[in-house]
Design a protein. Sequence first.
Lengths: 654, 109
Amino acid sequence: MIQLIPLLFVILIVVATVTLGVWSTRKSQTASDFFVAGRQVSVFWNASAISGEYLSAASFMGIAGLIMKNGYDALWYPVGYAAGYLFLLLFIAGPLRRFGAYTIPDFAEGRFDSVGFRKIAVIFVLFIGFFYTMPQMKGAGVTMATILNWPYWAGILVVGTVITFNVAVGGMKGITIVQAFQYWVKVFAISLPFFVLASVLGLSATTVTDNLEQPKVVPTLIEATTVKVNGKDKAPSNVLALSSVGQTKLTFPEGAEIAALTTVVKLKPGQHLPPVMGDLNGQPVLGTTKTLSLKPGDVFSASVFSLLDDNGQPIVEQGKTLKTNVKLEFEKAAKVSMAEGTSVPNAPANSKWTNPYGPLTSKWGYPVLYTFSLIIALVCGTAGLPHILVRFYTNPDGKAAKKTTLWVMVMLGGFYVFTPLWGLLGRSIIPSLYASGGFDSLVIKLPTLLPDKTMGLVLSGVTSAGAFAAFMSTFSGLLVSMSGAFAHDVYGKIIRPDASPESRLLAFKIAAVVVGIVSMLLGLLVESYDIAMMVGWAFAIGAASYFPLLLLGAWWRGLTKYGAAAGMLVGGTLSLLAIVTSMLLDRKVLTMNLPPLTRALMEQPAIWGVPLSIFLMVVVSKMTSDRLPPHVDLKILRLHAPEEMGVGKNYIEG
Amino acid sequence: MRKEGDGATELSVTEIQTLTRILMKRQAALSLRVAAVFVVLLVAIPLLNLYASSVMATPVGPFSLTWLIVGILFFPLTWVLSTYFVRQSERIESETSDAQALLKGSVTK
């Protein structure tokens, strides 16, 4: 079904963005006047632009979905995304602006007088950048799949190509006004539909108190639903874990191949399955069944059963009989139909969802450790995002940089406060997403469930436009900073230092196309990952590489380039390796039997990555303390002296 | 910007460095103070969720206490902290500039 109204909204936002871009490039003189005219104006618009670039598909689509999926624990994502700016404000924003470094590679070279160190810094621009573009691409794929029913890859291909082309012809380069405009589009698109939905559907749909009163309840389907479950190629999203609350009846209109039939609670030694686990078209499914081949129209019913001990008696733990239900792993993508009132598969019960230490952080059995590691990644990682730091150059001075950061926090908070409310709405209005796994489409799908279909489509159009604004602005920003790194740092400084400005511009364009294509290809691989989690990983890598560099580089005179490089390389690379390995294990590309503690530390590496990086920076710097960069005192002076003292002008350049 | 600073009344590098060192110390103390409040909060909330889970689960309006704190109140809280920081940090900087102007004055006289 093609949804015409949302499509119109999407076309509108794309046209508005491109037009505004072209207009402000032509009037660039006026635009720059616009931004330096009066401090108040400039701070306000700069803050809008930084917020506009920062609020990506993860913020617009991902967080609401992740909160719907995991409940309370996922609240740390919006909190961390917004609160990370506090660390940036306290330790980094002012000094970085005063130093006159616009990118981290610039800072790296300027602070240590080392071209070699610039190269290391560039590598991380690309690592973090690609990690950040993958979820933006997923956002594009999911949005187009939801609005136009396109296959996932088609949305990525079309949207990715349009944005890449736009950046390559220079349409988005450094245009503050476009990013600022897109911030306001996003705030409008997340708040207005929410207010309409909450007033039509009733505020009770956005409360958690009902959940607290009925801790064991699992959401039930509001109407009969057919969902598509992914196949093994998209593991781990090829699973239906049936509810441990009541009976579940599944109909397979087109048949299905079940690659593994297991239980939701993992069997420990000494625990056994009952003789019968469910029934298929009225015939018992035995406890020994490992796989199932289902014909079109087959009906599978499963009810909750007890696990048995060695003597065949039900196991009792802490006074309760240990009960579970069947978990189905699909070989190939298949359709599954469920009747109205079915307890939704994969949905956590109310108590687990509403209270801390639920499914997200308890995944490997170390919820507290996981929570702290996630918080560290998000809070420290914000300071390590290459495309965000670039934006601080538009501030006239260090004082304005601090004020801007303050405004950014207000603007981001005003946006993020709506995301948990969307998650709550999702759980009560569109529980079928638990079964299909399509959480990232929550904000686009939910409005279409309004009783008034036209209003629903209009609101879905508004959220689709917001989603487009989100991945367009972030993807464009990343493309600019990554292509810039290639053209400016790799080509201009390393390959051909004598390159003319024209050939550098050409290098930028070629780099933009290459980076765009690689991002699209990477985007195809990540359909089964949650957008917000992927962005969280980019933060974890930034937190272990750039954050310590900027923090110590700005405040500690004794940091040498050897120390900085050692910490960044080891901390950043190990974090990256841990995350990639963890992703490959999830997808079952790699099979290793690692202890759960190791898995938790690999999935959320910031708790060891950040301290390791800082530790190495300090130790190696102490060992090489005779190799301090020349004029280190002047550099520190320049980082911290207010502009009124005239240090930059009179004491450094002179 | 400052025209009156040109010429013979400029401070020496050492004097500027001394001023900046004092400024940095005060700025760092301020940053660390605000960061400490923030870190204590970030450490305390998960620990309270663990050790005082029933208190944190108390219903407050449509939310539970911990949901209200993390999902809603945390944002304005960071605004309060950052507003305090920006005000104090501007005060420290203007005091440093004033000190510089004073020193310059004494050089001319």
